[in-house]
Design a protein around this ligand. Structure first.
Ligand code: ZN
Length: 348
């Protein structure tokens, strides 16, 4: 173990990218133990820190663990590994001081030929907090509360569209959709019954898709997915159901984003800021089932190619919702693109 004496020493260890750095926030005490974190030297969080909080350097993981166990106690009790870099001896991604996160994400994307999901990882948490402020103005009818309630409800066997919960789901969902003016230009009252019917009709299909995350989108049974798309799509679309499933995209995906968390809501702001994926018709208000699927598959592929984005989302989900199992990937991406727009301060 070596004590890092200065910020410039910390910076050069980070740039060199070899070894491990421990943030000794609370020493042997347990107050503030959440900040006692072990990182790989190249972790992006190291760039943002300084030696005002004591930092220790270890040349390898064995040395670090041995010292921590002896001097700071068991892992998970008084210290932990970073949620982003996981203090894995083989780093998931390396950020040198020159390249920064943007270049890393871009090069990953270029190598693999998928879109860059987040042009700047650091911005996500800022945007998440900005969105939360707006969203929670309408507490308890906001995404955060809806999602927490869904997580509490969807344990063994039970889910938010089953006979026992569907009324509460409808109440919570419709209050929130009203605030976001999902019904425009219709009156909410006109759409209410159709929305409720749609939720009833998609009960089984929803139950089939709900355990798949965006990372596994391609494995979802097509019939279930299609049924959900058609049922929600025709609630707001003049002319109702149609063969290709051409519906107002945001009208369809907004309720589904709340219920499932894995799709983005794709309003015009988001469609304007997200990667193009070389898919035609992305800018249109109406999407077919095929277009939506293509876009979702591209997001799946990109997420799987950019593990740094997945770890970041897991970290935020753990912090906000106490779990890194059921993560609203689609909603997180939606926030990132939506808040990026200067006009997004005002609700759509
Ligand atoms: Zn880290």
């Amino acid at each position: 173990m070596r004590i890092i004496r200065s910020n410039s020493e910390l910076e050069s260890l980070h740039s060199a990218g070899v070894g491990f750095i421990y943030n000794d926030f609370s020493g042997r005490g347990s107050k503030g133990k959440d900040y006692n974190v072990l990182h790989i030297a190249s972790c992006r969080w190291v760039v943002r820190s300084n030696v005002n909080v004591p930092k220790y350097f270890f040349s390898n993981i064995d040395e670090a663990i041995k010292w921590l166990l002896r001097n700071r106690g068991g892992e998970g009790k008084n210290w932990k590994r970073c949620g982003t870099c996981q203090a894995k001896s083989r780093p998931i991604f390396q950020v040198s001081r020159e390249s920064k996160s943007l270049a890393t994400v871009e090069s990953t994307a270029l190598r693999t030929g998928v879109g860059v999901l987040l042009d700047d990882l650091e911005k996500f948490e800022y945007r998440f907090q900005s969105f939360k402020k707006i969203d929670y103005e309408s507490y308890p009818y906001c995404f955060g509360e809806f999602w927490k309630w869904k997580l509490r409800t969807e344990t063994k066997g039970e889910h938010i569209l089953d006979a026992q919960h569907i009324n509460e789901t409808y109440d919570r969902l419709s209050q929130t959709l009203k605030i976001w003016q999902w019904h425009r230009p219709c009156s909410f009252f006109k759409l209410a019954k159709r929305l409720k019917d749609a939720l009833e009709k998609m009960r089984d299909a929803y139950n089939q898709i709900r355990s798949y995350s965006l990372l596994e989108f391609s494995e979802i049974p097509n019939e279930a997915l299609k049924l959900v798309w058609h049922e929600l799509g025709c609630v707001k679309t003049v002319g109702g159901k149609n063969h290709g499933g051409y519906y107002l995209v945001m009208a369809t995906t907004k309720p589904l984003m709340f219920l499932w968390g894995q799709t983005l809501a794709f309003d015009s702001v988001v469609r304007g800021c997200m990667p193009r994926f070389s898919i035609l018709g992305l800018g249109d208000n109406y999407w077919s089932f095929k277009t939506w699927k293509k876009v979702m598959l591209k997001f799946q592929e990109s997420l799987n190619q950019q593990p740094e984005v997945v770890s970041l989302f897991k970290e935020v989900s753990q912090k906000e919702y106490g779990t890194d199992k059921n993560i609203p990937y689609g909603q997180f991406l939606d926030i990132y693109y939506w808040v990026s727009s200067p006009c997004a301060r005002i609700k759509p």
